[in-house]
Design a protein around this ligand. Structure first.
Ligand code: GFB
Length: 431
């Protein structure tokens, strides 16, 4: 049986005579030949997110677009082309080249493929022969805003509101930022005004365009079809981190934090589809983990950000309550702030992950952030930073692992908030 990469999902089983017609024949190396068909041309959906957005909001947009592809698949052979990572505002290590990073650096692509067919951009180039995209659809809001003060779902082809981010060159093709691939171009470009959920794009892609490769830019403009429902959690479960990053996090847990999956009851199955945990089944390692978002959050004096002293006080209260001695701090704070926090917590053992040179070179700032998230996800108790999507993704990871929600949905109260500030909304996992 020869499986093409888009068939790496459990539903794809063309193994009965009845499924086969003789339109296409795949043959590869020493594999036996299998006739599969009919010849439906494969269509490619590419997408991109506003340049200013950070890594963890981009993960959320992936989920919206993945569910769109799942919908499109009901009417054709669609594959999602994973947008290479790079040029992120928060990735500041200057010695590193941080563009054209494949998803496999950060995620387990086989796990993604168990939900919908996905390929890396480099595979798209190989499959189609060139880095050429047939059609760009640039999503934007409606110039006139909501009409009659009423929000409704709608989508229309409109003139571009802002000057287009792509320019027509002398050869009559559109050039612009295609993830750092200078040879890439698009053959056509249009602006679409949209207000609604990701699924609103499905009829447009199926009926209004025949292009084989469609690139939806500003993908964040469409929302989740249904936030927090089964399809949300299914695609979220498919977003497993790359094993090499999980291994580094696990090694740190074991060597510094006395934390192993067996003891903590966080053993994972090989296939996320087989994993369904009861809330409260996970105990977590004997440490408290805190995600303390600083940098732009602190500079902008956001009300959710505590002073370091206040953060330490809140950590101490939880340490006492849960009888813990060790604290793991994930943060984007500069070194001197981490040292200050340590001083406020001097009666406790405080850890943070400092990557060896090789880890940073191979897995970049994004990989280090994932290692931090992974260690936070396995703590007995977690406290995060309000409104940070970095903390939100940790909440979800802990839901998947089977933690009790009260050990997860906690956040620091900011410098100008009361001590009993509002805590994060609880999103229970559903299967
Ligand atoms: O992930 P992210 O979208 O979360 O962006 P927010 C924050 C980025 O900062 C992360 C780094 O992707 C990391 O690169 N970072 C933050 C960290 N916390 C940590 C940490 O604990 N450890 C490590 N290693 N790195 C959004 C931004 O940030 O906030 C938007 O994406 C915007 O651009 C918005 O600024 C206000 O949701 O926290």
């Amino acid at each position: 049986l020869v499986l093409c990469s888009h068939c790496l999902k459990t539903e794809c089983s063309l193994d009965t005579e009845a499924d086969l017609s003789d339109d296409i024949v795949f043959q590869s190396g020493s594999h036996q030949t299998l006739k599969v068909g009919p010849a439906i041309p494969r269509r490619y959906l590419l997408y991109h997110v506003n340049h200013g957005e950070g890594f963890n909001l981009r993960r959320d947009v992936y989920m919206r677009i993945a569910n769109l592809v799942q919908r499109l698949q009901q009417d054709g052979d669609w594959v999602l082309v994973l947008p290479p990572w790079g040029r992120l505002y928060h990735w500041r290590t200057r010695s590193l080249e941080q563009i054209r990073i494949p998803w496999a650096t950060f995620f387990d692509v086989e796990s993604l493929n168990r939900y919908i067919p996905v390929i890396e951009f480099e595979d798209f180039i190989k499959e189609t022969g060139q880095a050429a995209i047939d059609q760009i659809l640039y999503l934007q809001a409606y110039k006139e805003g909501w009409t009659n003060g009423k929000w409704e779902e709608k989508i229309d082809e409109r003139e571009c509101i802002e000057p287009p981010a792509y320019r027509l060159d002398e050869a009559g093709v559109f050039r612009g930022w295609f993830w750092g691939y200078p040879d890439a171009y698009a053959k056509a470009f249009k602006c679409l005004s949209v207000q609604g959920m990701a699924r609103i794009l499905a009829p447009v892609l199926l009926n209004n365009f025949t292009a084989r490769s469609v690139f939806v830019d500003r993908g964040e403009k469409v929302m989740h079809d249904r936030f927090g429902d089964v399809s949300y959690w299914t695609v979220r479960r498919s977003m497993r981190f790359a094993k090499h990053l999980r291994d580094i996090g696990d090694e740190f847990r074991e060597s510094k934090l006395e934390s192993t999956d067996e003891k903590d009851k966080t053993v994972m199955t090989d296939n996320w589809r087989d994993m369904e945990r009861k809330p409260g089944s996970a105990i977590g390692g004997p440490y408290l983990a805190a995600h303390l978002r600083r940098e732009d959050f602190a500079r902008n004096n956001r009300k959710e950000v505590p002073t370091l002293e206040r953060a330490a006080d809140q950590i101490k209260v939880a340490l006492k309550k849960y009888k813990l001695e060790k604290v793991f701090v994930a943060t984007d704070a500069p070194k001197h702030e981490i040292e200050e926090l340590r001083r406020h917590l001097q009666d406790y053992q405080v850890y943070n992950y400092v990557p060896p040179k090789g880890v940073l070179e191979n897995f970049k700032d994004g990989g280090v952030a994932i290692i931090d998230q992974w260690i936070c996800a396995h703590a007995r108790y977690f406290i995060g930073t309000g409104v940070s999507t970095f903390s939100f993704r940790i909440h979800e990871e802990r839901q998947i692992l089977g933690f009790d929600t009260k050990m997860t949905y906690n956040r620091f109260c900011g410098h100008s908030e009361p001590e009993d500030c509002e805590q994060p909304s609880v999103w229970k996992i559903v299967y």
